[in-house]
Design a protein around this ligand. Structure first.
Ligand SMILES: Cc1cc2nc3c(=O)[nH]c(=O)nc-3n(C[C@H](O)[C@H](O)[C@H](O)COP(=O)(O)OP(=O)(O)OC[C@H]3O[C@@H](n4cnc5c(N)ncnc54)[C@H](O)[C@@H]3O)c2cc1C
Ligand code: SF4
Length: 342
């Protein structure tokens, strides 16, 4: 049985208290929300903070506020998001992403903030201490070499959060708070293509909220490839959103790929190919070709990387057909049953 190492725990009551605790020893202290990612990582000694600051009792992080858009506190659980009727109707892509994270039990504990800040993943890293020791560890923790690409100067661990691609496709922004003050940035600027330093969040900052802009005329969707339909991390995902005029022409669009790099990857050329025309088969085919090009999957997660690269185009196609209004539910069920994955 894997046991947690010893650590000191503080249950913060306010963002200010949490920020002050974090600022006192930022290198050794980590925030814990639902703990569904961090605690297993600590058991495997992938992350080894000496102090944890708990956010579950911080009431101000648990609000969802309606305004011109929707502001969701970082401590809102994924289960609460999935139950939120406005979110389901207006932000379908985010709703679909949240509903496919892990299992119902984990969604009851796991928060949107923890999902946005989820650690990157790799077959050589998500192993217990003894396994990692047997390969002399790797660059991401305790070692020097990247076993995925031994000449790589940086870690190539994969961004595996479901909600981040959906949030990028919706044009969301986030608030980061520290003992020094607050700043708000587009969520795209929160991520870096670096498996170790995958967030631009400073060590003493807390993600307090995610802001979703109003979605006048926008439709959105999220497609996820995983081995088990019941629960599994994404090994490829596509988040797509389009603003469609009453005459059917697309006036703006965003396509974002997940699990193909150490950060969610935007595909602007694919999105641009949709603008100014209706979602015809031709427009979708052209956009799917272009949108698949930035996908650079590595050989460090499930399924063959060549195949994951190849089906990216298909997943973009499914997502865009769903935005058009096609009934792709049967397709989703068949993909979940693996019928189409041969
Ligand atoms: C079996 C299993 C299956 C899973 N499947 C999926 C899946 O399919 N898709 C998926 O996306 N995830 C999956 N997860 C991971 C995890 O359950 C979710 O990502 C969850 O949303 C994490 O939220 P949390 O609140 O539990 O995060 P925590 O574990 O508490 O924290 C995760 C990270 O975020 C940081 N953090 C948390 N809150 C904040 C904050 N407010 N500000 C700054 N940093 C913060 C923590 O310090 C930590 O580094 C799975 C986990 C397990 C165990
Ligand atoms: S990509 Fe390389 S350095 Fe990063 S976790 Fe995997 S093996 Fe380690």
């Amino acid at each position: 049985m894997m046991r947690l190492p010893h650590f000191t725990f503080h249950a913060a009551r306010t963002v200010r208290e949490a920020a002050e605790l974090l600022a006192s020893t930022p290198g050794e202290t980590m925030l814990v929300a639902g703990g569904t990612d961090l605690l297993p990582n600590m058991k495997r000694r992938q992350q080894a903070p000496s102090t944890l600051v708990g956010l579950r009792r911080v009431a101000e992080l648990r609000q969802i506020a309606n305004g011109t858009g929707l502001t969701v506190g970082a401590g809102v659980t994924l289960a609460e998001l999935v139950r939120h009727e406005t979110l389901r109707r207006a932000y379908a892509g985010l709703w679909q992403a949240a509903a496919q994270v892990a299992t119902p039990h984990l969604r009851n504990m796991g928060t949107i903030g923890g999902n946005i800040c989820l650690d990157t993943r790799c077959n050589y890293y998500d192993q217990n201490y003894e396994w990692r020791k047997s390969i002399d560890f790797c660059m991401k923790k305790d070692g020097r070499t990247c076993w995925v690409a031994t000449s790589s100067p940086r870690c190539l661990a994969v961004s595996s959060t479901d909600t981040a691609p959906a949030l990028l496709s919706l044009g969301a922004s986030v608030t980061l708070a520290s003992a020094d003050g607050e700043r708000r940035i587009p969520i795209a600027e929160l991520y870096r293509n670096d498996g170790i330093h995958y967030l631009t969040r400073l060590p003493h900052e807390i993600l307090t909220a995610v802001h979703l802009p109003a979605q006048e005329g926008w439709r959105s969707t999220y497609w996820k490839l995983r081995r088990r339909g019941a629960f599994d991390f994404p090994v490829l995902s596509v988040a797509a959103a389009a603003q469609v005029a009453p005459d059917g022409a697309v006036t703006a669009a965003r396509i974002v790929l997940g699990a193909v790099a150490s950060r969610p990857v935007e595909a602007p050329a694919g999105a641009q190919a949709l603008v100014g025309r209706p979602l015809t088969d031709e427009a979708i085919a052209e956009a799917a070709d272009l949108a698949a090009q930035p996908a650079r999957p590595m050989d460090n997660t499930d399924f063959a990387l060549v195949w994951r690269k190849r089906v990216t185009r298909d997943f973009v196609t499914y997502a865009l057909r769903e935005l058009r209004g096609d009934d792709v539910r049967d397709l989703r069920r068949r993909i979940a049953r693996q019928d189409l994955l041969v």
